[in-house]
Design a protein around this ligand. Structure first.
Ligand code: PMP
Length: 436
């Protein structure tokens, strides 16, 4: 294995090899779907900018002006990366979860929100919590079924504003959803659609105009940038008509005393309306830097390399007795993939599996302790989906780390730019040894 501190240049993207575990083996981080390592170019950009940062939109001084330019340039970079339309806006948030909660807070009165029960909780929960009515759609077992289910639900819905929320790629199965077809179906029935691109955006181009979605949400920490910043990009009308997500400085254009001794306020339009307080310039800049690095490396090349590693992973796992890889689509599909390569093509590099008779928590613990491999186990903040995949009932325990022997959880292995082939090989070897 390479020395623990060696960088791993892949397609010109330099992902720092994470720290050694302290033992013989350098650590193999195979949990990109949770958070990806930060690109070296992002660290370097941030380090070069750090001595110059000041408060955005607040001052006439050089540092403040410079930071304002950095912040607004980052917004423009993200808009370009996502292929935003001229009327779209890019709001910097804290994360995908924050972006979807922001949109939930901006829904017109009486909006019905259509979501598949297979969604990550970040896409599933904000709507009802914000007072909208959530219409839960059954887990589809093929891409075509997803479109049909959505169409039927929209056709049966009463008049009124409607929003569809779908994932671009599942954080559990890695499967890529038929976003363009779902967007067309939504628009045919007068609904709008928001794409949860948390898992898709690090692996495939996400172009708002081409997909014809109304909004896109994603997080920096899955896109090779640090934690703490995310994006909501898309149509301005609902956002500009809504109460600010956060009330405070920057979101207000004019504040005065009203005739009754209360406060009269005029809010900003545009991203500033929902970005009150001192914004996270470093976070925004990091996201923009990662967007540029990924564009420079090229998505076709990245996807091809990740596809090869994913094929290797799936082929390795499929040889092992008792190992079941979890898939939602393909079950009712005549065109179900026939081999590991075809299977890999319909996903990003995220694979979850169970081993018959084993607790997934133990498998994950053994991979970490004995092989220096970091994966995730649990229900991945997608309880209804994991239940559907494992054929569990809703009364079965829902918490990650179910009691021994009652393994209502799975192991998830996920890769990305910078994953060395050796990590995938070590992983497959380790699971083979454990099964044996
Ligand atoms: N959606 C999906 C599909 C995800 O995988 C995640 C993160 N696991 C989220 C939303 C939430 O992202 P964050 O925790 O950064 O808000």
């Amino acid at each position: 294995p390479a020395p623990a501190s060696a960088p791993l240049p892949v397609l010109g993207l330099d992902v720092r090899a994470p720290l050694a575990t302290g033992g013989e083996l350098p650590y193999a981080a195979l949990d990109y779907a949770a958070s990806a390592p930060v690109l070296r170019s992002v660290w370097e950009d941030v380090a070069a900018y750090a001595p110059y940062y000041g408060s955005v939109h607040r001052g006439a001084g050089y540092l403040s002006q410079h930071s304002t330019a950095v912040f607004e340039r980052s917004r423009a970079t993200v808009a370009r990366f996502l292929g935003c339309r001229s009327t779209d806006q890019v709001v910097f948030t804290r994360s995908t979860t924050d972006s979807l909660n922001l949109l939930a807070s901006a829904l017109p009165e009486g909006t019905r929100v259509f979501v598949f029960e297979t969604e990550h909780h970040a896409s599933l929960l904000p709507w009802q919590a914000a007072g909208a009515r959530t219409v839960l759609l059954d887990a589809p077992r093929s891409a075509g079924q997803a479109v049909g289910t959505l169409e039927r639900a929209l056709a049966a819905a009463p008049e009124g504003p409607k929003l569809v929320c779908v994932t671009g790629a599942s954080n559990v199965t890695g499967e890529i959803w038929p976003v363009r077809r779902l967007a067309a179906a939504a628009h045919r029935y007068g609904a709008r659609i928001v794409l949860d691109a948390a898992q898709l955006v690090p692996h495939r181009p996400v172009h708002i105009g081409e997909l014809d979605v109304d909004w896109v949400a994603f997080s920096g920490h899955k896109l090779y940038a640090p934690f703490g910043a995310g994006v909501l990009a898309g149509r301005s009308d609902w956002l500009d008509a809504a109460e600010p997500y956060l009330a405070g400085g920057g979101a207000s254009r004019k504040v005065a005393r009203d005739a009754d001794g209360g406060v009269e306020v005029e809010w900003q339009n545009g991203p500033a309306r929902h970005e009150a307080g001192s914004p996270n310039v470093i976070g925004a800049y990091s996201i923009a830097s990662a967007c540029e690095a990924l564009t420079g490396a090229g998505f076709p090349e990245l996807a091809a390399r990740e596809g090869e590693l994913t094929t290797k992973l799936l082929a390795g796992l499929s040889e092992l007795p008792g190992v079941k890889v979890l898939s939602l689509f393909g079950v009712d599909d005549e065109s179900a993939p026939s081999d590991a390569r075809a299977e890999a093509e319909r996903r990003v590099g995220v694979v979850s599996f169970v081993i018959e008779g084993w607790s997934s928590a133990h498998v994950a613990a053994a991979l970490s302790a004995e092989y220096g491999i970091g994966v995730r186990d649990g229900l991945f903040c997608a309880h209804p989906l994991v239940r559907a995949l494992l054929g569990a009932r809703s009364e079965d325990p829902g918490e990650c780390g179910a009691p021994e022997g009652r393994s209502l959880n799975a192991v998830r292995v996920s890769i990305g730019a910078g994953t060395p082939e050796e990590h995938v090989e070590r992983f497959v070897r380790a699971v083979r040894e454990l099964v044996r």
